[in-house]
Design a binder for this molecule. Structure first.
Ligand code: BGP
Length: 477
């Protein structure tokens, strides 16, 4: 049995983490460009340190990244050599609308992605396009405070319309927002939100849920528009997944884990089912942070649920009731406690292959819609050996175990899974740390944290391994 025919194998990237070329092609500046590497990054991405321009005291890794802007033909050639059937990429919003509020799009930006899609077509690689992978134009942050404002919906839809019309012949698979739930954990990165002096914790929560509401409305309207412009379009939501395990069978831990899971599923509950779930309505109202809604909003959400559900999976989380003295774990910007049964990556992220099967089942049981794993992988330090080769057996081991568990979910549990795109298929800048040395790729890029490197691409050992995985439709692991 194994994976069904038509299962899509490939890799995933995001514009701000791999393209570079931020001052080229008429591109404007976005939040993602001004997130520095180093100690201040965390305060900036969480909206607690205002940085809307670059300064000399910081380095900004997105500026050059791995320069896919000039290397995309080479990257796509290598993806094709691996046998990719799908390539998940994102659009840098400010290549298309440099300030965000222009009436007309920037032709040079549109041309860039058109060439990228033509190249995909040449190799029979289907693009899976993330419309917004954390980007928010600085112009719109200055004008209206990013997604705090409902005005953003109109600007976002302007972008969508241009993309759906212009790329009609190349793209049928879209994601509206990358990891939409990240807005709760990294609101500047997720929604261009900078908190102002005097905004206390409760106000911060309110702002985040109001911004989330705007994104949810924008997402639903984008789904509707995509279907109207091309009935062949399939649009997915995308969230950072990873089941929340109770730390113990103590009911208080179980209850806390359940609530953490609900907080995470909140967005997908709205995007897949078309309405605010009752737990969210009650809790947000009880806290006094229920978002302001327009009369038409309920109808907007109801009429356009997503066609499929995409998610990233790096790890599960382990949740203990408040007051617990358990050690905290790292992991994709979420707070959780250390799971004593799991080993961790060099960056402290738990490694839990069975967790991908658990998560797939949980999500499928909850929504009964096709799923797509659009990010998964191991961020690790790669050291070329004396011959310049990278023997990344640790990455192969991670991916093998995750794919095996994913296969079991499909084959034995009957989960409807459309495809799998490994994260950072070509090395790129880390979103959480801004580091280059946290690498995920099958393709090594000679680029380092101090900015040095030739940008040359080379194949790691995992390159040949993944090639066989794809060629055998997941049979040879
Ligand atoms: C997700 C993001 C990606 C990505 C990945 C890995 O949160 O969607 O953009 O980078 O995580 O995280 P990191 O780069 O922090 O290792």
């Amino acid at each position: 049995m194994g994976f069904p025919n038509g299962f899509m194998w490939g890799g995933a990237t995001a514009a701000n983490q791999c393209e570079g070329g931020i001052f080229e092609g008429g591109r404007g500046l976005a939040n993602v460009d001004v997130c520095p590497a180093g100690a201040d990054r965390s305060a900036v991405i969480t909206g607690h340190k205002k940085m809307l321009a670059m300064d000399d005291a910081h380095t900004y890794p997105a500026a050059e990244a791995v320069d896919q802007y000039h290397h995309f033909r080479e990257d796509l050639r290598l993806f094709a050599e691996m046998g990719f059937q799908v390539y998940r990429l994102s659009i840098a919003w400010t290549r298309i609308f440099p300030n965000g509020d222009e009436e007309q799009p920037n032709e040079e930006g549109l041309r860039f992605y058109e060439q990228m899609f033509q190249e995909c077509k040449k190799y029979g690689i289907r693009p899976l396009v993330t419309i917004c992978h954390f980007d928010c134009p600085i112009g719109l942050i200055q004008k209206c405070g990013g997604w705090r404002s409902r005005e953003m919906i109109g600007y976002y839809l302007r972008l969508c319309k241009v993309l759906f019309e212009r790329y009609r012949e190349y793209v049928t698979h879209w994601l509206t927002f990358n990891e939409i739930n990240m807005i709760l954990h990294a609101p500047f990165l997720g929604a261009g939100i900078v908190f102002e002096e005097g905004e206390d914790e409760k106000e911060e929560e309110r702002v985040k849920y109001q911004a989330a509401h705007h994104e949810l409305i924008a997402s639903a309207l984008a789904v509707k528009m995509a279907h109207e412009i091309n009935p062949a379009n399939q649009v997915g939501c995308m969230f950072a997944a990873g089941s929340a395990y109770p730390y113990s069978c103590r009911p208080q831990d179980v209850w806390e884990a359940l609530k953490t899971g609900q907080e995470n599923y909140f967005f997908v509950d709205v995007q897949a089912r078309g309405a605010y779930p009752s737990y969210a309505v009650r809790r947000l109202k009880a806290k006094g942070i229920y978002p302001h809604m327009e009369p038409e909003d309920a109808q907007i959400l109801r009429q356009s649920p997503v066609d499929f559900i995409a998610f990233s999976y790096y790890n599960s989380r382990c949740i203990a009731a408040p007051g617990s003295t358990q050690e905290e774990a790292e992991g994709n910007l979420f707070r959780s406690v250390k799971n004593p049964y799991l080993d961790c990556s060099d960056w402290g992220w738990p490694i839990d292959p069975l967790g991908i099967r658990i998560t797939l089942n949980e999500v499928y049981d909850r929504y009964q819609k096709p799923l797509f794993i659009v990010e998964n992988g191991l961020g690790a330090r790669d050291q070329p050996d004396a011959q310049g080769q990278i023997e990344d057996d640790y990455r192969i081991a991670y991916l093998r175990e995750h794919i095996r568990a994913m296969k079991a979910a499909v084959e034995e549990d009957g989960v409807d899974l459309m495809g799998y795109t490994a994260w950072g298929c070509v090395d790129l800048v880390s979103a959480s740390t801004g580091e280059m040395k946290k690498r995920y790729g099958f393709i090594y890029v000679d680029k380092h944290d101090d900015g040095s490197g030739t940008l040359a691409r080379s194949r790691k050992k995992s390159f040949g391994w993944y090639q066989k995985v794809i060629a055998s439709n997941g049979e040879v692991l």
